[in-house]
Design a protein around this ligand. Structure first.
Ligand code: NAD
Ligand code: UGA
Length: 461
């Protein structure tokens, strides 16, 4: 299609885990729009232009290939693309602030603010600005103030459209979302802008799944959705500790909860802890906002979700230590999985980071195995690279090991030849299933001492 024949020009600032996949889906579903994704990270943009995408996400390459070069473009030219866009999605990172007031809790909005200033300086026409990044409630107000401080007589309408995709299933989630949430000012111009965004999603999302509301409820709903999901994991993980003391079985407790339609079946898998770039940061952000408004009880309620997660990570290492005769010094331990969940190479806030660091503190010889996450793991452990080893092949990683710990629920680990692994290990051989994905009785029969989560250990002594 010739440049000027596109119905709309959509720009996304930020070509990360959210910007890349969401824009690829919009472009694939809507050939009538020109969709451009810009980033200041040249390397990332170059990768988006090749078949070696910068993120590992099942099915994503097919979606990208469908539209790339037709109506999907990746570029580092931020200002030039701002100028021609009708609608700008802002999908930059909003990490936890590491300095000054709110350090360790509040969101660092410097990247978001920078984009607002770039938009302001490069724009020559009115635009709709869509907050795709996860932000503290009322951030749109700050963006409006920056964008409103122009003497060019331009009008920028802020819309909130938080993203709910999960890594590893991003394509499915975008293709068929439970809901798309779009919030705006409830003025005539706000509602008109909101409708423009509804019109984009209507190309493939059934209308009853497109929810609209005011901008503050939309911003807050995103933080609360992540907090509720993480809370379920912390709830089940806290009960896994009690199961281990009482010989109750966490899988049976989860199953029983799941059959109650009021509770539902998802996010009830006990684990070594939740990771990912967002749960912890978004909950801490919520905690900070509550504290800011003097709601200390509410803040501490939500903070406990993060505290239980830390407890679970460190409880896992304590269990390994206890089982292995209270010392892992000089013992070779193979970690199966480093990604924060299966089907991604992302390791941000992965529980594997805390587990590795604690084991290294205890002077264990740690070998890390993962099918996708080894290069990210090397970044995460940059300061202790001389104390850990990496080996993609799980059989090689576990050769001569005293213990294996499953930290990511990759399918690959469910189908390994555990007899072969056992035969190659030091005896007594231990296995710690931090995801409860293995057949524990079978492992026990092979000869392993087996430590599941929230279930009775199966040991030979
Ligand atoms: P990311 O770090 O992968 O990507 C952000 C990108 O923005 C980076 O490539 C960075 O270079 C770019 N960027 C920063 N400042 C820029 C600027 N001024 N101009 C151009 N590019 C700039 O982050 P992400 O995981 O995609 O997350 C983005 C937002 O979406 C965050 O607010 C996050 O909380 C939210 N979110 C993430 C997920 C997820 O699964 N990762 C899901 C839902 C929501
Ligand atoms: C999560 C949310 O699910 C998305 O809706 C949201 O958009 C996203 O955060 C975000 O805002 O970034 P994500 O972190 O990619 O998505 O992955 P999840 O599937 O939610 O898993 C998060 C963590 O919880 C993983 O470490 C996973 O292993 C763990 N988990 C999940 C459990 O330990 N038990 C469970 O039952 C489910």
């Amino acid at each position: 299609m010739a440049e000027n024949n596109f119905e709309k020009k959509i720009l996304c600032i930020g070509a990360g885990y959210v910007g890349g996949p969401t824009m690829a889906m919009i472009a694939a579903k809507c050939p009538q729009y020109k969709v451009t994704v810009v980033d200041i990270n040249e390397k990332r943009i170059k990768s988006w232009q090749t078949d070696e995408l910068p993120i590992y996400e099942p099915g994503l390459l097919e979606v990208v290939k469908k539209a790339r070069g037709r109506n999907l473009f990746f570029s580092t030219k931020v200002k030039e693309n701002i100028k021609e866009a009708d609608i700008i999605f802002v999908s930059v990172n909003t990490p936890t602030k590491e300095y000054g007031q709110g350090a360790g809790k509040s969101a660092d909005l410097q990247y978001l603010e920078k984009t607002a200033r770039d938009i302001l300086s490069a724009s020559e026409s009115d635009k709709i600005i869509v907050e795709k990044s996860t932000v503290p409630v009322r951030t749109a107000e700050a963006m409006e103030r920056i964008l409103g401080s122009n003497d060019k007589n331009l009008k920028f309408e802020m819309v909130s459209n938080p993203e709910f995709l999960a890594e590893g299933t991003a394509v499915e989630d975008l293709q068929s979302p439970d809901r798309v949430l779009i919030g705006s000012r409830e003025t005539a111009s706000g509602i008109k802008a909101r409708q423009e965004i509804v019109n984009i999603y209507k190309n493939w999302v059934p209308e009853e799944r497109i929810l609209t509301c005011d901008v503050w409820s939309s911003e807050l709903s995103k933080l609360v959705a992540n907090a509720f999901l993480a809370q379920r994991i912390s709830s089940i993980n806290s009960i896994s500790a009690l199961c281990e003391k009482t010989e109750a079985d966490i899988s049976k407790v989860s199953r029983s909860l799941a059959t109650d339609s009021r509770i539902g079946s998802k996010f009830l898998n006990a684990s070594v802890g939740f990771g990912g770039s967002c749960f912890k940061k978004d909950i801490l952000n919520l905690v900070y906002i509550c504290e800011y408004y003097g709601l200390d009880e509410v803040a501490s309620y939500w903070e406990s979700v993060v505290n239980i997660n830390k407890y679970q990570e460190s409880r896992f290492v304590k269990k390994m230590l206890g089982a292995m005769f209270n010392t892992v010094a000089k013992k070779h331990i193979a970690l199966f999985g480093f990604a924060f969940k299966a089907n991604t190479g992302d390791t941000r806030e992965s529980p594997a980071i805390a587990v590795t660091r604690e084991l290294v503190e205890e002077r264990a010889k740690v070998v890390i195995s993962d099918p996708q996450a080894i290069s990210n793991a090397k970044w995460d452990l940059e300061d202790i690279l001389d104390k850990v080893n990496f080996e993609e092949d799980p059989y090689k990683a576990a050769k001569g090991a005293a213990g294996i710990a499953i930290l990511t629920e990759w399918d690959l680990y469910k189908t390994l030849d555990y007899k072969k692994l056992y035969d190659s290990m030091e005896k007594p051989a231990f296995i710690f299933d931090g995801r409860n994905i293995l057949n524990h009785q079978e492992l026990y029969e092979i000869g392993f001492n087996v430590y599941p989560l929230g279930k009775r250990a199966l040991t030979h002594f």
